[in-house]
Each structure stands twice: as structure tokens, then as C-alpha cells.
Design a protein around this ligand. Structure first.
Ligand SMILES: N[C@@H](CCC(=O)N[C@@H](CS)C(=O)NCC(=O)O)C(=O)O
Length: 193
């Protein structure tokens, strides 16, 4: 799944209704994206974008932070917000490396032998240190959804990646079994963006 998926997971978790427009559902995704760029004025000619009224906002990370803050899943105090953002930034680092596995064989080898075990170890340790079911404090933040989204993507391509990381595996199971998330995943459409 692409960069919009965490945004969709946040909406799903919160039970917020929105219009989910994706390219390629009725034809060629590339052509539909091209047409979209010609017709709409977007900040960087990139997707995802979030349209609020007449305003169009880009940059998935900015959208994730905006929604999380607005709907109170960004951390319940200043330091927890900082900590959640730190974890989210870590997720960006490893997610980027995962995305690069599609480019060259050597990226895949380094990812599977070095980066994935290293970063999974970091996340496992952070969960152990926090010692609740979540990454930050004792309630769900967008950091939990971001880590979940990361491994949801990774395990689609490399199943059983979490076998050596019991806390992380448990965490993924916890998130995937939240009723709104479970329902969203059961009905999820595949898409490139
Ligand atoms: N930093 C941006 C990157 C977005 C991005 O690279 N989007 C791709 C599709 S996944 C895109 O629109 N590419 C077209 C382009 O950059 O011209 C974000 O996180 O939203």
C-alpha cells in the first residue's frame, strides 16, 4: 500500500467518514493521476492530498500529524507527543528502506539481513521499555498505527517477519483486532497510492 494508507487507517480507527478517491479503480492509475494533476492545483503535484473544503493539503506526514492532533491521538502531553513523533520518524526511516527493496536486488538483501532485524529490534525494545500494550504512554497514538502500517506492508511481501519479535507481533495483533481496524482491513481495496 502507498503513502495514503496510514491516513486511511487513522480515519478507520477514529470511525470518521471521508471520501476515499483512488486512482486505478476504474482504469489506468497512471492516466488518472495525470488527469488529476492537470485539473487540480496541488502544492507539489504529488499524492496523497487531503481536501478540506476548497483547500488541498499535501504531504502524508503533515496530514497524519494534523489528523492525530485534531482527534487526540498524538500523545496526551507534550513529551508523549514528542515521543510519538520520534517513533513515527523512525517508522519513516525503515519504511523508506522497505520501499527501496523494489528497486535493486542488493537493497532487498541489505534490508532483510540487516535493516529489518535491526529496526525490528529497536521497536521491540521501545515496546518493552514502555511496558504497556502501546508505544507511548498507556493509550493508542498514531505511532501505534504507523508501526502497524509498516509491518502490515512488510509482511505482505515478507511473511512471518515478526517471528523473532514477540512484543511487536503481539502489538500488531492487538491493532489488527481493534474492531474498526479489523473491519477496515477485511473490506480494504488494494491500490498503488
Ligand atoms: N513526501 C511526500 C511524497 C509523496 C509522493 O512521493 N507521492 C508519489 C506517489 S506515492 C507522487 O505523487 N509522485 C509523483 C511526483 O512526485 O511527481 C508524501 O509523503 O506525501
Amino acid at each position: 500500500m502507498g503513502k495514503a494508507e496510514l491516513i486511511r487507517l487513522i480515519f478507520a480507527y477514529l470511525g470518521i467518514k471521508y471520501t476515499d478517491k483512488r486512482f486505478g479503480q476504474n482504469g489506468d492509475a497512471f492516466l488518472e493521476f495525470k488527469k488529476f494533476k492537470e485539473e487540480k492545483e496541488t502544492p507539489f503535484n504529488q499524492v496523497p492530498v487531503l481536501a478540506i473544503g476548497n483547500l488541498i493539503f499535501a504531504q502524508s506526514q503533515a496530514i497524519v500529524r494534523y489528523l492525530s492532533k485534531k482527534y487526540n491521538i498524538s500523545g496526551n502531553n507534550e513529551l508523549n507527543e514528542f515521543y510519538a513523533d520520534m517513533i513515527y520518524c523512525g517508522v519513516q526511516d525503515i519504511h523508506h528502506k522497505f520501499n527501496n527493496t523494489n528497486l535493486f536486488k542488493e537493497n532487498e538483501t541489505t534490508f532483510l539481513n540487516e535493516e529489518l532485524p535491526k529496526w525490528s529490534g529497536y521497536f521491540e525494545k521501545l515496546l518493552k521499555k514502555n511496558n504497556t500494550s502501546y508505544f507511548v504512554g498507556n493509550e493508542l497514538t498514531y505511532a501505534d498505527l504507523a508501526v502497524f502500517n509498516l509491518y502490515d506492508d512488510i509482511e505482505t511481501k515478507y511473511p512471518n517477519s515478526l517471528n523473532k519479535f514477540p512484543l511487536l507481533k503481539e502489538h500488531t495483533e492487538l491493532i489488527s483486532n481493534l474492531p474498526n481496524i479489523k473491519n477496515y482491513i477485511a473490506n480494504r481495496k488494494e491500490s498503488v497510492y
